[in-house]
Design a protein around this ligand. Structure first.
Ligand code: NAI
Length: 356
């Protein structure tokens, strides 16, 4: 039997706890804002210690999706789902199909896909119950989407940063220190090397770092030295929270621009970078390539269009930097302001006009 419990959370449109006694499913679906369109966001599966931590995660992530989609000028809102459980142990076809049935209840107001702890194959199973779960439909696409498109957007973002902070968007000879050479970082290393940048890479997985360095002629650096490497650009492509009280004073770069989500430990760290004259590319603006690819998964755009819209990150970042300059505010605040204005304008437009 399926149970739905609605939680009333200020600032969120709809938050529901989903339980299915038969399959053991426990999930939370959070719709943050649908002003711009249906809420999109992945489904994360983790062995959360308790319901509170799962709820905190889904609320934070769904809100971030609203900002990312709005900043990418997509007609999507923000949402997210979390399944409470161990992805190695607790997944079953019955559980995933039950989750799909819960998603279906939203009638398209919430659209989801894979995320940390879930795979395209899991989403294919959930999609047997609803058209509102999307997943890559051919082999190549998964790689095209996750690594390639996100890196492609970050590359365009770095070019915009270089024009702003170094006076030219040409990356030839520009030193870039890359933290993390996973799906996104490796692609980015390849693209930067092709542009003639001087790339240095670091990864906790030393073998992987060495392989990537050899493949693209990059220098190898120790993971604990990457944030203070002598380089014009620091590109975090591993973890969140890398810009904090410990790392910021050690930075020697002019630009921070990378794929990692939630790079600033706190918003005030954006102000600290700005005060030090380091140009920060707000993470949710520069790393939107993966989200933009949802247009392709939903059959709303072809590959060429998706590539062009991802390249558009360069222009959207330009708007953020112009706004930061005009209002004399840190770039992360400028990005938030632009998003909030877009949401406000859309709300105004959809408000029914008063009859005289
Ligand atoms: P991944 O898991 O494939 O790669 C991350 C790499 O970082 C791994 O090789 C890991 O060993 C390394 N790493 C972890 N901690 C490190 C540290 N302290 N120092 C150096 N290396 C470290 O992840 P993926 O998909 O490449 O994503 C990277 C970042 O970009 C994540 O923060 C992710 O949330 C974000 N992101 C990814 C998108 C995608 O499409 N895959 C889209 C938008 C953001």
């Amino acid at each position: 039997m399926q149970h739905l419990e609605t939680l009333h959370i200020a600032g969120h449109e709809e938050v529901v706890v989903c339980r299915d006694d038969q399959t053991g499913l426990q999930a939370i679906i959070a719709i943050h804002d649908t002003t711009l369109g249906p809420a999109v966001g992945g489904t994360r599966m983790r062995p959360y210690p308790d319901r509170e931590s799962a709820l905190a995660d889904v609320l934070r992530l769904s809100r971030a999706m609203t900002y990312k989609a709005a900043a990418a000028e997509l007609d999507f809102g923000g949402g997210k789902a979390v399944i409470l459980g161990d992805p190695q142990r607790d997944k079953s076809e019955a559980l995933l199909r039950s989750f799909g049935r819960f998603v279906d209840r939203f009638g398209g107001r919430f659209m989801t896909g894979e995320d940390v702890g879930t795979t395209a194959a899991d989403m294919e199973i959930a999609a047997r119950e609803t058209p509102h779960v999307v997943y890559p439909r051919d082999e190549l696409r998964d790689k095209w989407q996750t690594g390639f498109l996100t890196a492609y957007g970050v590359l365009h973002g770095i070019r915009c940063c270089a024009r702003t902070a170094l006076g030219s968007e040409r990356l030839e000879g520009v030193a870039v220190a890359l933290q993390g050479v996973g799906k996104v970082g490796e692609e980015l290393a390849r693209m930067l090397a092709a542009d003639g940048a001087r790339v240095a890479v670091a990864d906790l997985d030393e073998r992987r770092a060495a392989e990537v360095a050899a493949r693209y002629g990059a220098q190898l650096i120790a993971p604990d030295r990457v944030s203070d490497a002598e380089a014009e650009v620091f590109a975090p492509c591993a973890l969140g929270g890398v810009l904090n009280d410990q790392t910021i004073p050690r930075l020697r770069c002019r630009i921070v621009a990378g794929a990692a989500n939630n790079q600033l430990e706190h918003d005030r760290h954006g102000a600290e970078l700005w005060r030090r004259g380091i140009l920060y590319a707000p993470d949710y603006v520069i790393n939107a390539g993966g989200l933009i690819s949802a247009l392709y998964e939903m059959a709303l755009a072809d590959r060429q269009t998706v590539m062009a819209r991802t390249a558009g990150i360069e222009a959207r970042l330009r708007l953020v930097f112009d706004r930061s300059h005009r209002d004399a505010i840190p770039t992360n605040e400028a990005a938030d302001r632009l998003v909030e204005e877009r949401l406000r304008a859309a709300r105004e437009r959809s408000r029914p006009t008063a009859t005289p």
